[in-house]
Design a protein around this ligand. Structure first.
Ligand code: C2E
Ligand code: CA
Ligand code: CA
Length: 484
């Protein structure tokens, strides 16, 4: 029997989750039901809502493995450091499944996910609750060893982890069992950092080094100074990159679930340093942000993207919506709005074809100023999309104030969709939330046909991901559009 909630009546989140679990009602009924909940939530924001509870879970726990995620790990590590009394050390161990990407590219996304989940179980079993474990991202886990006596003990743990991956992992397909190659990076409190962020960053750097030099276990030590020196080198190079034309853009198509055609493109920044060596955006964009260089680079990205829009139109393609990513540092620039307005006006592009992607983390500093600027951007006539939605903690109270036009559902949530039982309550709630706000919905990181089919069946508007296309050069994009 459907559960009805009267207007303004408080909502018991647990009841709702239980109801959803038990419910064998048709999808349509559950949809109407959730819509009711959302409308109610918007009326009574004092309630801890189902939505916020679900997002709390997705903000602090990894959906695929049910392990804690990075946010939770940081919280826990801060607590452990804070409570630390006796002597002894705390070790942070980052474990990377070094060949996961290759497994995914060779055998497909689903097999890759199975290998990842089984690896998580191996780690959990071997650690037997003695330490705290979390999944950081695609193929990376982290473990906190809260009370270790010495380096020898840490190494013992690391070796035990290595040994547990010496047998191949079987998947439920005909493919033979797969070996997982792991690399381990370790940092130790207090020598390698006194706060959670630094310890995790240094253990991560050590794992990065382990992978690069093909070594199984690397402790964060002076040998990593090279890497830090690389950062300094990057900073110097990045300062000259705009003049030296070392930046370029790739564009990833965004596909309508209704027509199957490209309706938009997202511009993604690329950098080749040192001749032709590509540096991943995750590596150089934080440096651009720290140095403030992202301000000028961001203006350049907008300018180039609008040129691409005009170029494609001149070639006879229908007008495509173009999206660019914004960083919080850009919002802090005094001339941010006039600079954007000038570039848009000069390009002659109709602002309705321009979309600016922001993340909710933008609101962590001076939210009033940020919101004010978002309204000024809206006044220019452009669209606002909320990127990585569902990845961090979302507050419905705040979301209500933001004039957004689209929600981009984060890849992590898309990965969590259980394609076998065809259930995706969180994705469906986000879609309904979008409807309630009269915003469009786009799913990110769609890698398989099954994901695409399922998203189409639950009324998602658009999709973006490797299944349709990787980010493309301008020339390759043109070819892609011609083939449609
Ligand atoms: P994002 O905005 O979330 O961009 C989507 C990222 O997902 C891109 O990574 C894209 O290549 C990747 N991606 C797309 N489809 C798939 C898929 O099916 N599977 C997987 N595994 N990945 C997929 P990329 O290009 O490495 O960019 C990383 C991040 O760098 C972006 O994340 C964005 O936050 C930032 N970024 C990129 N360009 C700019 C820029 O011009 N300005 C600013 N401020 N940030 C940018
Ligand atoms: Ca984006
Ligand atoms: Ca994103």
């Amino acid at each position: 029997m459907p559960l009805t909630i009267a207007e303004g009546e408080p909502i018991d989140a647990m009841l709702v989750i239980e109801y959803y679990d038990r419910s064998k009602e048709s999808l349509r009924e559950s949809r109407i039901y959730f819509l009711n909940i959302i409308v109610n939530m918007l009326r009574d924001t004092r309630q801890k809502t189902l939505y916020e509870e679900m997002l709390y879970n997705s903000a602090y726990f990894d959906q695929a493995t049910k392990l804690a995620n990075r946010n939770m790990l940081i919280k826990r590590l801060e607590q452990i450091i804070h409570d630390k009394k006796e002597s002894g050390e705390i070790a942070v161990v980052v474990i990377e499944l070094a060949n996961l990407r290759i497994i995914k590219d060779t055998f497909g996304h689903n097999i890759g996910e199975q290998v990842m989940v089984k690896s998580a179980t191996i780690l959990e079993n071997i650690l037997e609750g003695c330490c705290y474990i979390a999944r950081l991202n695609e193929g990376k886990f982290a473990i906190i060893l809260p009370n270790v006596e010495n380096t020898g003990q840490i190494e013992e743990h690391a070796n035990k982890i290595l040994a547990s991956f010496s047998d191949p992992i079987s998947t439920d397909t005909k493919i033979e069992a797969l070996f997982v190659v792991i690399c381990i990076g370790i940092s130790v409190y207090p020598d390698h950092g006194r706060d959670a962020d630094t310890l995790l960053k240094n253990a991560d750097l050590a794992s990065y080094q382990a992978k690069n030099i093909n070594q199984k276990i690397v402790f964060y030590t002076e040998q990593l100074e090279d890497n830090i020196a690389e950062n300094t080198l990057f900073i110097n190079r990045l300062f000259k990159s705009l003049q030296n034309d070392e930046f370029f853009l790739e564009f990833q198509p965004q596909i309508s679930c209704v027509t199957g055609k490209t309706v938009g493109i997202e511009a993604l920044l690329r950098w080749t340093s040192d001749g032709n060596k590509r540096v991943p955006p995750d590596r150089f964009i934080p440096i651009l942000e720290q140095t403030g260089l992202i301000y000028d680079v961001g203006l350049w990205v907008l300018e180039q993207t609008l040129q691409e829009h005009n170029r494609l139109m001149a070639k006879g393609f229908p007008p495509l919506r173009v999206s660019v990513n914004l960083s919080v540092v850009q919002f802090q620039g005094e001339e941010f709005i006039p600079d954007f307005a000038r570039i848009i006006e000069k390009s002659g592009v109709d602002p309705k074809y321009i979309e600016l992607e922001i993340t909710e983390s933008l609101f962590s500093k001076d939210p009033e100023d940020v919101l004010n600027k978002i309204y000024q951007l809206k006044d220019l006539g452009v669209n606002i999309a909320i990127d990585d939605f569902g990845k961090g903690y979302s507050s419905l109270n705040r979301l209500k104030l933001v004039p957004f036009d689209r929600l981009k559902i984060d890849k992590e949530i898309i990965d969590y969709i259980d394609l076998e039982i065809k259930e995706a309550p969180l994705t469906e709630v986000i879609i309904l939330l979008g409807r309630t706000f009269r915003a469009g919905i786009i799913a990110e990181g769609v890698e398989t046909k099954e994901q695409a089919d399922f998203l189409g069946s639950i009324d998602c508007d658009e999709m973006q991901g490797y299944y349709f296309s990787r980010p493309l050069s301008s020339k390759a994009l043109e070819e892609f559009l011609k083939r449609e």
